[in-house]
Design a protein around this ligand. Structure first.
Ligand SMILES: [Zn+2]
Length: 133
């Protein structure tokens, strides 16, 4: 297993490719943390391809024109919480993600959580790149 202290990484010194290769490891840690707390995820938006969403800076489809999804530095997760019988209950409100948003932001100052956005987007976990979140 990898044992990385993500807090020690200076993302300002990493290339886009280096950030893209660290991001999945950090997402893995977020997922494991969430599952330990009794949350479950299902797949949401990951990479937003230029053929569908336009090039970086171009508005096409939905989402921000400079979204970190276009940089492969963002992932949206559908959230479920296990009830006392072990049944996974879908959570649609940003508030349900707060515990995970705090954990994600605690991993590194470059980590952004959509729950902090003006248009709250609790299922969004990203790494800042060139001012995009
Ligand atoms: Zn997102």
């Amino acid at each position: 297993m990898y044992n990385i202290n993500y807090r020690e990484i200076n993302f300002n010194k990493l290339t886009l490719g280096e950030k893209q290769r660290v991001f999945p490891l950090m997402q893995a840690e977020l997922i494991l943390y969430a599952y330990e707390l009794g949350y479950r995820f299902s797949e949401g938006d990951g990479f937003r391809a230029p053929s569908v969403f336009g090039e970086i800076g171009e508005s096409k489809g939905y989402g921000h024109r400079n979204s970190c999804h276009k940089y492969k530095l963002a992932h949206d997760w559908n959230l479920y919480k296990l009830d006392k019988n072990g049944k996974a209950i879908y959570q649609k409100d940003t508030e349900a993600f707060i515990e995970l948003g705090i954990y994600w932001k605690g991993m590194n100052p470059a980590c952004c959580w959509g729950g902090d956005f003006k248009n709250s987007d609790g299922n969004h976990f990203s790494i800042e790149h060139n001012g995009s979140k």
